[in-house]
Design a protein around this ligand. Structure first.
Ligand code: BGC
Length: 373
């Protein structure tokens, strides 16, 4: 077993060294900065924050994979502060990074620092979140963000029997951080399913906190994706608009961090799981939320196996190092305002209570002990 693993490591590392050696002559590269063919496997990974479980897993998982390939890796987290992320990227480039993997905090502000990096021959991969308004983003690896929202909207549609005409139900919709390009896709995917039921009167929004069109979702976005802010917003809606004994019956939450805050707010307001608890959506399969699913405090989560995203980025890095063009599967959807960024989209999947063991635990994504099983 041990010997086999060592052999595989040697073969993989050897393959990478061979490709590094082979890429010395000029070749072609899809990267902005890779005109001279292949490049060193020196990678800067810039992640948004350690405060959310998924980014810790993403960053550390990817670092381990790339180091296993013999790459030099610098991994940084920026405490959700854009200025900090910009200086981390500058330091990575100054320190010799030839490939940047960036999960942007703010999709609009990284243009200048990435353009400087591109000018120094660096290839940029946008990780999970698109980086807008710049030529200096070469590839994008993510999950199908619109589909994440569609899955949440369809889950609500099915649970409530909306397609069969059931209703009216009280809905409170939430959206993600207005500076995160993904948040718009999540909301639009869900709203394309749900809006017709708002129009037909089957879904009613007592707080009036809805976006009139699916383009002005930012007006109901929670900046920075914070649980505390989502909790405060839900407290406010419940205290101001649910005074006459009416109950909220469904909450569209774009992800798990928001869902956690909303669930706390419902508990404080006296809602009881299994009785008058509303349907609540989520995304990421964070441990606390999977426990909430097991305790009937959350109805579902959209699981994105971040290990697969890491594999995809690892494959992209290998291609760039070898002077080849990385494989992508969507070259039309992700227009960043300056160019359409070639993307590789992975498939998200719905997880409900019955799937926790067979999907999340059996696949090794979570340990049974992580979620109290
Ligand atoms: C990611 C989600 C995550 C959210 C908050 C989004 O860009 O795609 O998985 O829940 O950011 O960190």
């Amino acid at each position: 077993m041990f010997k086999g693993r060592t052999l595989i490591t040697l073969v993989v590392t050897g393959g990478l060294l061979a490709s590094l050696a082979a890429c010395a002559p000029a070749g072609t590269s899809g990267g902005t900065g890779g005109d001279a063919g292949g490049t060193d496997c020196n990678v800067g990974i810039a992640m948004p924050t350690r405060s959310l479980e998924r980014w810790i897993n993403d960053g550390e998982g990817l670092k381990t994979k790339l180091e296993g390939d013999g790459c030099t890796v610098d991994l940084q987290y920026a405490d959700n502060k854009t200025d900090q992320q910009i200086s981390q990227i500058q330091n990575q480039v100054a320190g010799g990074a030839k490939i940047l993997v960036v999960a942007a905090i703010d999709g609009e502000t990284l243009g200048p620092v990435l353009e400087d990096a591109a000018g120094q021959g660096v290839t940029v991969i946008a990780y999970d979140r698109l980086i807008n308004g710049t030529e200096a983003v070469d590839y994008y690896a993510t999950f199908d963000n619109y589909k994440v929202g569609t899955l949440q909207g369809e889950f609500i549609e099915e649970q409530l029997g909306l397609a069969d005409g059931a209703g009216p139900f009280n809905l409170e919709p939430f959206a993600g951080s207005p500076d995160d390009n993904n948040a718009g896709f999540f909301f639009q995917g869900a709203w394309d399913v749900l809006q017709p039921y708002v129009e037909s009167g089957q879904l009613v929004i007592p707080s009036g906190k809805l976006s009139a069109t699916n383009d002005d979702w930012k007006s109901i976005g929670i900046l920075g994706w914070g649980s505390d802010d989502a909790q405060a917003e839900m407290d406010n809606r419940l205290q101001s608009f649910y005074t006459g004994g009416q109950k909220v019956q469904v909450v569209l939450s774009p992800n798990d961090s928001l869902a956690l805050g909303i669930e706390q707010s419902l508990l404080s307001a006296g809602y009881t799981p299994g009785s008058d608890w509303p349907i609540i959506t989520g995304q990421d399969a964070d441990k606390a939320n999977v426990q909430a699913i097991l305790n009937d405090q959350q109805s579902m989560t959209v699981w994105k196996d971040t290990r697969e995203l890491g594999d995809q980025v690892q494959a992209m890095v290998k291609s760039i190092v070898a002077g080849e063009t990385p494989e992508t599967n969507d070259d039309t959807t992700y227009d960043n305002g300056v160019k359409v960024v070639p993307a590789y989209l992975l498939d998200p999947q719905v997880v409900v209570k019955d799937d926790v063991e067979s999907v999340l635990i059996d696949s090794g994504f979570l340990k049974a002990s992580d979620v109290g099983l």
